[in-house]
Design a protein. Structure first.
Length: 364
């Protein structure tokens, strides 16, 4: 019986894949994992917006195309010329606080950008599978101990969250309008799913306003970092766990399973959800030089204080589960940053190799 890594190698070897947002944090890790699995990747993205940035450090053999998902004509041309059979859509304005500063840009990038990706795939003669990445924040979050399931109501207090909830509605409507499941195999051969995850950890993220990158930059610079909202609860997980879920979902769609053409949660184990304060304490254990101070939260922008997801469907139907508990996810992340800051070593490929070995050793 094939293990998970063998299945993924079989699914992606020599497959042509388009990744939007491949220069971002999750997109660059996904591109690296796809390369390890033998895929031929075309990346479509704006230039990296941080220096340093993970994508440039990796120097991957990816066909890099600089472009904006708001340019639908260019996107259609690139998607068709790439010959992509599989599309992972990650390009987005991905932060809560900037959505308050520029809500129009957030909605244009996230909603209209998603519409353009769907339309480009509709015009394509090759695309068979689309995994559209939204966020864990798409739910109407009442900030209780409830673990949100895929069928729970969508919402969003802030503009980022609501833009991603809009994407979920848009994708569902587009699927029903142009790729109805009841006509799969007769009038079309494209399956579309959405993936909901967030608060991923891992090396190579220098984005502003993110907890772990802020901690790593401060520890390296021997500066105190200000922590706001230490009691806020988030579903933290390592980026490789999250992306393995996306890959398994794409594999399921490649196998023409129409039941997989829906929404999926990917999150940590229910007993492994941590507060911001706990994440800081864990980080300090693994990088003792880290210093921090609790800052009284500003009240100008709302940020959710409690969010939990139920990932039981992914465990049951995709055979996915997180390999790392939160403590190990943080340790792996700090290992990456310390290797980079102290020895200019980029550990991404090494960590992916070890991750795949661990999956196999654990019988997954």
């Amino acid at each position: 019986m094939e293990n998970m890594v063998e299945r993924l190698q079989k699914a992606f070897a020599n497959k042509r894949v388009l990744v939007t947002g491949h220069t971002g944090f999750k997109g660059s890790w996904l591109t690296a994992m796809l390369h390890k699995l033998g895929a031929e990747v075309t990346g479509y993205s704006l230039p990296p917006n941080t220096n340093p940035n993970h994508y440039s450090l990796l120097n991957l053999p990816c066909h890099h195309v600089e472009g904006n998902i708001l340019d639908v004509d260019h996107l259609e041309k690139v998607m068709e010329e790439s010959g992509a059979e599989i599309v992972f859509h990650l390009a987005a304005q991905a932060l809560v606080r900037p959505s308050y500063i520029d809500p129009v840009e957030t909605y244009q990038s996230n909603v209209i950008g998603t519409l353009n990706v769907l339309q480009a795939a509709r015009m394509s003669t090759r695309v068979k599978v689309m995994v559209m990445i939204t966020t864990d924040k798409v739910y109407e979050n009442v900030e209780s101990d409830h673990f949100y399931r895929e069928g729970d109501p969508l919402g969003g207090y802030d503009l980022y969250s609501s833009s991603k909830a809009c994407c979920e509605i848009l994708i569902s409507s587009f699927r029903r309008s142009f790729f109805p499941l009841e006509k799969y195999g007769s009038s079309h051969d494209t399956l579309i799913a959405t993936a909901r995850a967030g608060n991923v950890l891992g090396g190579g993220d220098w984005s502003p306003d993110r907890l772990i990158p802020d901690l790593m930059k401060a520890a390296h610079a021997k500066q105190k970092v200000e922590i706001r909202n230490p009691l806020s609860v988030r579903p933290w997980q390592h980026v490789m766990d999250c992306l393995t879920g996306y890959l398994l979902l794409a594999e399921k769609l490649l196998l023409q399973d129409t039941n997989a053409s829906t929404a999926w949660n990917f999150s940590p184990y229910p007993d492994d959800v941590k507060t911001v304060g706990e994440m800081v304490e864990i980080s300090a254990r693994h990088w003792p030089e880290l210093e921090y101070v609790i800052k009284k939260p500003e009240q100008d922008f709302h940020e959710a204080g409690l969010l939990k997801l139920d990932h039981s469907k992914a465990i049951r139907e995709l055979n996915w589960r997180p390999l790392f508990r939160t403590e190990e996810a943080v340790a792996k992340t700090i290992e990456w940053y310390r290797a980079y800051y102290e020895g200019a070593t980029v550990m991404t490929t090494q960590q992916i190799d070890h991750y795949f070995l661990q999956l196999t050793a654990n019988g997954i």
